[in-house]
Design a protein around this ligand. Structure first.
Ligand code: G3H
Ligand code: 13P
Ligand code: ZN
Length: 312
């Protein structure tokens, strides 16, 4: 199956009411582990990189980093029989977004969600025009993701306004949208009970009718936290979005579920376990084996949970 446009994957998910996980990578090993999970579950895959990942992979040069990722992902995609797309996550700097487009990413996110509504719309329109001209699809974000403490949305969090979402989608022509409904990035999402604004999500779906994205969607997998902590990590107080809540958001119209933290935690759990049990090994291909195995397990479980297993 060739390297595909992200919309090819998301259109189908949107029509059939399931979601595809989008997994963040920074290097080859995470990509290999994710592909392993996708093949095992016969699922389409969206691979994504942050601007930071582009800079990291390119040794300070984002365009070079973008090319590294495109070459890696294309090379696997072209010889695999599941659809695979490459997406730029949280593009905030036009130079990075243009570099991703130039390098051949399947889609880009323009994240101007910290700007006033009109400015967010303007920036999104500009990127949509450039990206669509070369067959690249675009994600934007409305509302702001921040921390939630004791179920009180913190001062910086602004949940999406559904009427604004409708206007935004109509005027910008954006392909898929991330509405803020109460999640946050990282491993410490909720202090009390996990809670998202389902009504708001439902309204955004009804009013926009396009694929929707859930950011900050890691579950903070307890099994991985326990393994990591058994071998020296301290992830006290970590909490993610429970599986039942993720399933509910998929029923209400989420089609892309961004996942980074869960993979990072799985990798570190495996790495710590291996290094604890083998003090002599120094070949990275061997000491990363358990880490990759745990990443693949988290990937496979997530693809199954979100309903994309068997959809490739
Ligand atoms: O949403 C952000 C992703 O988790 C990537 O984070 O900037 O540390 O690569 P990063
Ligand atoms: P997590 O930190 O919950 O994995 O979220 C990742 C994300 O939203 C990337 O855009
Ligand atoms: Zn995000």
């Amino acid at each position: 199956m060739p390297y595909v446009n992200t919309m090819d994957i998301l259109e189908k998910a949107h029509k059939e009411y399931y979601a595809v996980a989008a997994f963040n990578i920074n290097n080859l090993e995470f990509l290999q582990a994710i592909i392993e999970g996708g093949l095992e579950k016969r699922s389409p895959l969206i691979i994504e990189t942050s601007e930071g990942a582009m800079k990291y992979a390119g040794m300070g040069d984002p365009l070079r980093g973008a090319r590294v990722f495109v070459n890696m992902v294309r090379e696997f995609a072209d010889s695999m029989d599941i659809p695979i797309a490459l997406h730029l996550d949280h593009g905030k700097d036009f130079n990075y977004i243009l570099a991703a487009i130039k390098a051949g990413y399947s889609s880009v996110m323009i994240d101007a969600s910290d700007k006033p509504f009109e400015e967010n719309m303007q920036s999104t329109k500009e990127i949509v025009k450039i990206a669509h001209a070369v067959g690249v699809s675009v994600e934007a974000e409305l509302g702001k993701l921040a921390g939630i403490e004791d179920n009180v949305v913190s001062a910086e969090t602004v949940l999406v306004n559904p009427d604004e979402a409708k206007q935004f989608v109509e005027e910008t022509g954006v392909d898929f949208l991330a509405p803020a409904i109460g999640t946050s990035h990282g491993a410490f999402k909720f202090k009390g009970e996990a809670k998202l604004d389902y009504d708001r999500l439902k309204k955004v779906k009804e009013l926009t009718g396009i694929p929707l994205v859930l950011h900050g969607a890691s579950s903070v997998v307890q099994e991985m936290v326990e393994i990591a902590e058994r071998y020296g990590a301290d992830f006290g107080g970590s909490k993610g979005v429970p599986s039942e809540i993720l399933k509910e958001t998929v029923k209400l119209g989420i089609n892309k579920v961004n996942t980074d933290t869960d993979l990072r935690m799985a990798f570190i759990a495996g790495l710590r376990e291996f290094l604890h049990n083998d003090s002599k090994e120094f070949d990275p291909r061997k000491y990363m084996k358990t880490a990759k195995k745990y990443v693949t397990k988290v990937v496979s479980d997530r693809l199954e949970l979100l309903g994309s297993a068997g959809k490739a």
